[in-house]
Ligand binder design. Structure first.
Ligand SMILES: *Cc1c(COP(=O)(O)O)cnc(C)c1O
Length: 380
């Protein structure tokens, strides 16, 4: 065993800075005035990232990102509401599962995992069904890495007088989501993706007028965002034990996000990471699932090589031993694996990862990194 700490080329949890990790070395009393201040600062910064000052509130919630999505759907969707779920991957399907468990009325508009949601089709579905009150969409579907046209979908939803809920989990902080231009009721994300904090906290940035109407909607006390919001506004405290160390790390991570130039700066580094990765992998013969125009600079899906010497588990294990953790595929349309561009990773780290990949493939005797030809892929 080696104690080499690998870099995480995954969609989260991901590699965090030394200073963010160090911010966790102190215990906080949850009623300590400085902790209360830190919490207020985090909430204010999150609203600023969405350009929602005076119109939106950030409501943090204990747990992973899914807790925030479940809190958002359960709280914002009235019991007699009906939601149109835009699905093109596992996270869209997860929202459908949540809504089903909530017992709320839902309809699904699904496209293939490599195909973005079509705003015009959303418009047609809304025309056809006046009972639909809400629409939900995933900004970057982490299953494939595809970017959905959230702004155009938001415009359709607004034109039809319906309300939009956005799972921006894997994009928030790196891709713009400006609530002055994108009409929505709520945005869900978490501490441990593009904001580069540690896992343990989700949050929802909710439109004030919308969340104010949501009393009594929620199905679960711990996921009731209206209650969490009201309590936090009144007392400055969390209702239940806050993840104090996660919050302290997140405060530091948000400072570093601002120092990097905010959403524009972080997004630029990730785009460069993505470009280096895709160029380098293509040079080795790998093919990406998505054309560049549909690819978000978050995580890239590659087709499995057809070379008989290639075995994913061996590739994965040997790459980890060289200091890089990648991610298995989650697609139903193709045999694939994924490599993330997010987290505290530099251009140099991406170059090092490519060198480790080349060395690993050479060691395995893989000479052809191209995928199984499409004609033979169909039955896979
Ligand atoms: C990561 C992610 C989530 C939440 O996943 P957790 O494992 O609960 O943190 C939700 N939606 C998307 C698009 C994601 O990438």
């Amino acid at each position: 065993m080696t104690d080499l700490v690998p870099l995480l080329l995954t969609p989260g949890p991901l590699t965090t800075s030394e200073s963010t990790k160090r911010a966790m070395l102190r215990d906080w009393g949850s009623r300590d005035g400085r902790f209360v201040e830190m919490n207020a600062r985090i909430r204010r910064r999150l609203v600023e990232l969405a350009h929602g000052e005076g119109r939106f509130a950030a409501i943090p919630l204990q747990g992973s990102g899914t807790f925030a999505v479940e809190g958002m759907l359960g709280t914002m969707l009235p019991r007699d509401g009906k939601i149109l779920l835009c699905i093109n991957g596992a996270y869209g399907h997860r929202m459908a599962r949540i809504v089903e468990m909530l017992g709320r009325a839902a309809v699904e508009y699904e496209t293939a995992e490599d195909t973005p949601i079509d705003p015009a089709e959303v418009g047609r579905r809304l025309d056809a069904d006046p009972a639909i009150t809400h629409v939900a969409i995933v900004q970057c579907e982490t299953t494939s890495g595809v970017l959905n046209p959230v702004a155009a979908v938001a415009a359709e939803v607004a034109r039809h007088g319906r309300r939009l809920l956005i799972d921006a989990m894997s994009a928030f902080g790196a891709l713009p989501l400006d609530t002055r231009e994108i009409a929505c009721d709520a945005i869900a994300a978490s501490s441990n993706k593009c904001l580069e904090g540690v896992p343990g906290m989700g949050f929802v940035i909710a439109r004030l007028e919308a969340i104010a109407e949501c009393e009594g909607n929620a199905h679960a006390l711990s996921l009731d965002l209206h209650d969490q919001w009201r309590f936090m506004e009144r007392a400055g405290q969390w209702r239940f034990t806050p993840p104090t160390h996660v919050i302290a790390a997140f405060d530091q991570a948000l400072t570093e996000h601002a120092e990097e130039g905010g959403v524009a700066g972080r997004g630029a580094r990730y785009r460069e990471n993505c470009r280096i990765l895709v160029d380098g992998m293509r040079a080795m013969g790998f093919e990406t699932l998505l054309p560049d125009a549909l690819q978000a600079p978050i995580i890239v899906t590659f087709h499995m090589p057809a070379d008989p010497n290639f075995a994913f588990q061996t590739f994965y294990d040997q790459l980890r031993d060289r200091g890089f953790v990648i991610y298995p595929g989650k697609l139903t349309v193709a045999d694939s694996f994924r490599i993330g561009c997010i987290g505290r990773l530099s251009a140099n780290d991406m170059q090092d990862a490519l060198a480790a990949i080349a060395a690993t493939l050479a060691g395995m005797g893989v000479t052809n990194c191209g995928p199984v030809p499409v004609a033979r892929r169909a039955t896979a």
